[in-house]
Design a protein around this ligand. Structure first.
Ligand SMILES: [Zn+2]
Ligand SMILES: [Zn+2]
Length: 553
């Protein structure tokens, strides 16, 4: 039968920018197209995208994109893809609702057809017959995808946990997975690895209600500000229910919370009666114990509603001793320090802060080892590729699969840029078939050159020194003294003192180079850079960026 290739354009090696490409000779089906929020190693970038050039080079083959659920790491890069390619997007009504909001903001809705699929639905996308099954996660309406290809059935788990008591009662359809494993059999499983190194299983989302109830009771005279992810509609629902039961009105803080709440109510996923809602401006008319504000900003993102309130910059609320702030979330690795600072700032304003670490106010949306094991057992695949994780998670997931009886040679450890080729004879891993360069967004510009970040790190830590030398073309002599300008290197006062010394040394060095007959402009620049750099280092023990400029006039 025809070969099938799966190319991973993101999501294997980092948690974020998930994107896989399932490809036959004539067609491509995209599985998710997410973004990654950059860490401190990419200062100034707003977003990191999957390796989109692979798709742009093959755009005439693309038949559509499946979106497994509404998290940013699965849908966040769609606007960038749609700027270059028109394509149909498939997903549940909630996922598509979130995508629609995003595309409307960017006036890109006309670039795609949004095609809703429901639980259990079978639909052909191009030549790929697909079936979508319900799965539990920390956002409503996630879907497992079962995709028929010329090389057998590929099952993608989506992000998942096996919540036996989900808030909406919508259970993961493991039975159907088991049926598919018997007939026609699952050739390849692609499965979420996020919590693969954690033993046991995650607690049910419904259990959070008990902790929330306790937190509300022990803070009954205060205004309560409860923060969670805006897309986590089931958490919002549990907070809202607890608040209503405690006789409080509900208000939202943060634009995405307001939008998502309204979308979820429209779709009937979230039921909050109008009489329980109050505009944030009107919360002032109520005593603190009658109000619960549901807010964004759990990761202390600089412009987020809660971070602004913590530093006294919110135009909506001011935090004080009348407030109890509940963080119904966990700081994502990398954000801990920022979240810690926000908690300090909230406390300094007099608020009580309750966070999830010790109070059971949060549970993960990703299954731990026992849950992964159940999915492996139900699907019993011929081959397995761990996806959605840092490399250590992918390795832990492989080890787990081996432990429960899967032959190690049937598990392929792929990372971003790798391709799996499915043939009648088996499966093969081809490393790094794509350029491997992740595009990133800064401001309005899409960029590819990552060198800029090492420049920025040097500039951020050490500053820069510019040394300008002017040389007369007519007699090849230096004109005047070299100009030394610096910023961020040492204080202005110290720089003034040192710049003269550097100028003298540069002048001497350049004069020597000019005596060499075959000295090129490049030789001169290099000389200026070397003299300036070593003297700067000798005088201050620092290594700023040195920018030599040689002008012939
Ligand atoms: Zn994810
Ligand atoms: Zn997710």
């Amino acid at each position: 039968m025809e070969k099938v290739r799966i190319t991973f354009l993101g999501g294997l090696g980092d948690i974020g920018r998930n994107c896989a490409v399932i490809e036959t000779l004539n067609q491509i089906l995209i599985l998710d197209c997410g973004q990654l929020f950059p860490d401190e190693y990419m200062p100034g970038a707003n977003s990191v995208l999957p390796d989109l050039p692979y798709l742009l080079d093959r755009k005439e083959k693309i038949v559509g994109c499946i979106t497994t659920h509404a998290h940013e790491d699965h849908i966040g890069a769609l606007p960038y893809l749609l700027e270059h390619i028109e394509l149909p997007i498939y997903g549940s009504s909630f996922t598509l609702g979130m995508i629609r909001n995003r595309l409307e903001e960017r006036q890109l809705l006309n670039r795609c057809e949004l095609i809703e699929v429901s639980d259990g639905e079978k639909i052909a996308i191009g030549d790929f017959p697909c079936e979508f099954l319900p799965v539990t996660h920390s956002v409503p309406a996630g879907l497992i995808s079962a995709i028929e290809t010329p090389q057998g059935l590929i099952v993608h788990s989506s992000d998942f946990k096996l919540d036996l008591n989900p808030v909406d009662g919508r259970l993961t359809d493991l039975n159907r997975i088991a049926e598919l494993s018997r007939d026609p059999g699952i050739r390849l499983l692609l499965c979420d690895s996020t919590n693969s190194d954690m033993p046991g299983s995650t607690i049910s989302e419904s259990d959070i209600a008990i902790s929330l109830d306790k937190a509300f009771k022990s803070n009954e005279s205060n205004r309560i500000i409860a923060a969670c992810f805006a897309s986590h509609v089931h958490r919002v629902e549990q907070i809202a229910t607890t608040a209503i039961n405690a006789g409080r009105k509900i208000s939202t803080l943060g634009l995405s919370m307001k939008k998502n709440l309204s979308l979820a109510r429209q779709l009937g996923i979230l039921e909050i009666k109008e009489e329980h809602l109050v505009d944030i401006d009107d919360t002032r008319d109520y005593p603190p114990h009658e109000i619960c504000i549901i807010s964004t900003g759990t990761q202390a993102e600089p412009r987020s509603a809660l971070a602004m309130a913590a530093t006294g910059q919110s135009r909506w609320i001011s935090i004080g001793a009348q407030d109890s702030v509940i963080l119904s979330s966990r700081a994502i690795p990398g954000n801990e320090e920022r979240v810690g600072k926000m908690i300090n700032a909230l406390m300094k304003r007099g608020a009580d802060v309750l966070h999830s670490d010790h109070l059971g106010l949060h549970t993960s949306g990703h299954g731990k080892q026992e849950e992964l094991q159940s999915l492996h057992q139900a699907s019993n695949p011929d081959w397995f590729v761990p996806v959605h994780g840092e490399y250590r998670h992918l390795v832990a997931h492989k080890d787990l699969a081996v432990e429960i009886g899967m032959p190690a040679e049937r598990i392929l450890l792929a990372t971003d840029g790798d391709q799996i080729v499915l043939t009648d004879d088996g499966m093969e891993l081809i490393e790094k078939v794509t350029s491997g360069g992740y595009p990133f967004v800064q401001g309005r510009i899409l960029e590819y050159e990552h060198q800029i970040f090492s420049d920025r790190r040097i500039l951020g830590k050490e500053g820069f020194v510019i040394a300008t030398v002017q040389i007369a073309k007519k007699d090849n002599e230096i004109l005047g003294d070299p100009q030394i300008v610096s910023r961020g290197w040492v204080s202005a006062h110290t720089a003034n003192r040192l710049e003269e010394e550097i100028a003298i040394a540069v002048k001497k060095g350049v004069q020597k180079t000019l005596l060499m007959e075959d000295a090129t402009d490049q030789d001169l620049e290099q000389r200026v850079r070397r003299i300036t750099g070593s003297l700067v280092n000798e005088l201050t023990g620092r290594r700023p960026m040195i920018i030599p400029i040689v002008r012939k006039v």
